[in-house]
Design a protein around this ligand. Structure first.
Ligand SMILES: Cc1cc2nc3c(=O)[nH]c(=O)nc-3n(C[C@H](O)[C@H](O)[C@H](O)COP(=O)(O)OP(=O)(O)OC[C@H]3O[C@@H](n4cnc5c(N)ncnc54)[C@H](O)[C@@H]3O)c2cc1C
Ligand code: SF4
Ligand code: SF4
Length: 418
């Protein structure tokens, strides 16, 4: 597969050369592709530090490991360039940007923000454009944890609505979906869809049967410790849980915990996020948290990224491909989705200041990894060199040297599974 390094690091930087090195350098996000490529022989497991990682890293065949390394988000991130009519330095290529929400009030209420992703999943099933939706939801036995789900009915899609703020491996279900040889859509994070895009170049089943790739704009994946801390504050054991809902039932909705013996606890979104918590290393270096490998990306639209109150539920909707445009048109015509006013890229900046900051800082951070001689992430079509120009020389230097110091101190390193 062709490789083109646009991060201008090819003279000093390099990517990991094995899955073991992706994991040990902290760049595994636990997407689950390792499990899919090995058809379940290498399952994902939850580490002692609350992250999902491949359970074994030295038992891949040569062919399996080559396939994983061609698509792994710890190695490469690549946008889909589909001749979209608009492009923006920060937000990438797009057909349209609008406010949006689910046409069905129940779906809108139950979902994370305005229910756009749930509405699109339901629309695809109802119109028989897809037979199933590969996405994620609560683990039925341990509802604080999340796992991949295959939803076959609109009701099931709605049951799995809502953001899940913790480790989850949606791509662990990818091979199961592909083997069915039936049209399906995937809803997953931008890094997961980056891997799907890369894999589509060597696995023609993806373009043949995956009819839509839908994502959420993503601020980062917490490790499980964040959820455990909240649970401890309630004085509840994980084994007692009947429900752990991170978002939804309002926008943003309250974090709600229910126990099997009938106790219930709630905290607000702001209380849940009072400390950022333990975010995955890969997220600090994420070259595409804005879903440039998707057909459609859904966002929150709170000024300054903070909800001031509960509201009826609104998303930002970024349409990135012709297939995405056709899906949006069909969903609006079928009353499954409502699209509101258009949104400009600069309005999006004001909704997502953290994303804009990270975009500008990214090249400097990756250079920090390269200077520390640890693996970095290759990027294609993500404009990191141009984005870095907006950062003044002092800030760039600070980002690079802070990253280098942390890398040299082993702050990103992880133990390998034994
Ligand atoms: C970890 C995380 C970080 C986020 N950070 C931001 C941010 O910085 N800025 C912003 O605007 N929005 C962010 N969001 C997105 C936001 O919370 C909403 O999910 C998004 O706006 C979609 O809203 P919706 O109402 O359409 O979703 P829904 O209709 O509720 O659908 C959500 C869909 O996403 C799937 N899903 C939920 N959690 C995950 C997960 N962890 N991994 C893969 N798939 C998942 C569900 O299975 C469901 O199909 C984040 C979401 C997550 C999960
Ligand atoms: S990020 Fe995904 S593909 Fe890469 S090592 Fe981790 S689980 Fe495997
Ligand atoms: S910030 Fe990037 S790497 Fe982290 S979970 Fe989100 S999309 Fe994946």
């Amino acid at each position: 597969m062709e490789r083109r390094n646009e991060t201008n690091l090819s003279d000093i930087g390099r990517t990991a050369t094995s899955v073991a090195e992706v994991v040990s350098s902290g760049l595994c996000i636990g997407c689950g592709l390792c499990e899919a490529v090995t058809v379940g022989r290498v399952p994902m497991h939850l580490t002692g530090y609350g992250a999902l990682r491949p359970s074994i890293v030295n038992k891949f065949t040569r062919q399996e490991e080559d396939r994983i390394l061609a698509a792994c988000p710890g190695i490469i991130a690549e946008s889909r360039l589909e001749n979209a009519p608009h492009t923006d330095l920060v937000w990438g290529s797009y057909f349209s940007m609008n406010y949006g929400w689910a046409g069905d009030p129940e779906r809108r209420f139950a979902s994370s923000s305005g229910g756009v992703l749930t509405a699109l999943g339901c629309h695809l099933l109802e119109t028989k454009k897809a037979d199933l939706i590969l996405h994620v939801g609560p683990d039925p036995d341990m509802p604080m944890r999340s796992r991949w789900r295959m939803s076959r009915t609109p009701k099931e899609v709605q049951r799995n609505a809502g953001s899940r703020y913790g480790p989850v491996a949606p791509l662990a279900g990818l091979e199961n979906a592909l083997q069915l040889e039936k049209p399906f859509a995937i809803i997953a994070k931008p890094c997961d869809l980056g891997a799907v895009h890369r894999l589509s170049k060597i696995d023609d089943r993806i373009d043949r049967v995956c009819v839509a790739r839908l994502t959420l704009v993503c601020g980062g994946q917490s490790r499980l410790g964040k959820s455990i801390e909240r649970l401890n504050e309630f004085g509840v054991l994980e084994s007692e849980l009947a429900l752990f809902r991170y978002r939804g039932f309002g926008n943003p909705g309250r974090i709600r915990v229910e126990t099997r013996d009938g106790r219930a606890f709630e905290i607000t979104y702001a209380e849940f996020w009072k400390e950022e918590g333990d975010i995955e290393t890969r997220c600090k270096f994420c070259p595409d948290a804005l879903g440039e490998a998707s057909d459609i990306a859904a966002t929150d639209v709170w000024p300054g990224a903070n909800p001031t109150d509960e509201d009826a539920g609104f998303n930002g909707v970024i349409c990135r491909t012709q297939a995405g445009k056709e899906l949006l048109d069909g969903a609006v015509a079928g009353d499954d989705l409502v699209l509101g006013d258009s949104i400009t890229p600069r309005q999006f900046d004001s909704f997502q200041p953290h994303q804009v900051h990270k975009k500008h800082a990214l090249l400097a951070r990756l250079q920090g990894l390269a200077h520390a001689k640890t693996p970095m992430i290759e990027t294609v079509g993500l404009r990191l060199d141009k984005l870095a120009e907006a950062l003044d020389a002092d800030r760039r230097q600070e980002e690079t040297s802070a990253t280098m110091q942390r890398a040299l101190a082993g702050r990103f390193s992880e133990p390998l599974p034994t």
